[in-house]
Design a protein around this ligand. Sequence first.
Ligand SMILES: [Zn+2]
Length: 291
Amino acid sequence: MERESLLTLLMLLLGGIALQPLAMFAPHSNPDAAERQAWIRLWLPLAPALVTVAWLCGWALREPDPVADRVDQWVLIGACLPFAAVLVRAAARAAWALARDPSQAGVFTAGLLRPRVTFSPFLARTLDDAALEAAWQHEQAHARHRDPLRIWLAQLATDLQWPWPGAGVRFAAWLEALEYARDDEARRHGASGEALAAALLATLRHTNALYAAHAESGGQAMRAQARLVGSRRALQKRIARLLAPMPAAQTSRASTRTWLGAHFALLLLVAGVLGAVYGDPIVRELLAWIA
Ligand SMILES: [Zn+2]
């Protein structure tokens, strides 16, 4: 079989298998946890699959093309089908999120690479200056962190863990933590909590009045935009939080993030080298077992 074809099939099969244990059993995030922690928990189940893919890439670097194997390619393709179906579903939903009309949100930030804040002029007319400023600061915080892109990627990561319900729970918890974090950032930039709460309620009234028939229930519909009104399930808690004194600012974890990223990159590199050195007998054994 051609080396690249076999590599693709093995990445689907072994990567798909490696993803399952943590997708099933990874702990659910607590929405009160830091946004960064919820973000890492969302992505954690994909780590074994990425390490497996790096190991297979290392293996392929030293394989002759075509690879001498005795495996029936249709047996291998059949074994990959469930994982291919999950991948195609995730890709289709990601494409759909980009194609969707974002105009129902009242105030939102959209644009994967160059996020822009959009205000409905009808909504802006109903807000006083303080609420307008607070909503603007919240959306600016979304734009600074490229949240439309992060939401889109997070949904993709969640869809790759389909159909395990824990992935959806981790995604919802992250979305909730994301809104808290952006509320806090808006307040640190001068927005008042009361004004932000007022802007939230006005936006909710506006979007409900206009689009009651299409109102989303959980804030989890596939999308590639960040909104002022996030998960409606968490609204009551969010407003209570906005009306309470500002929580203490979390210390910067930039060094922790760099440390984590560098170590994971190193892990991928080690996996690639191990694949190049020891991959061949293991893959042969595996193919013999499948055949
Ligand atoms: Zn928001």
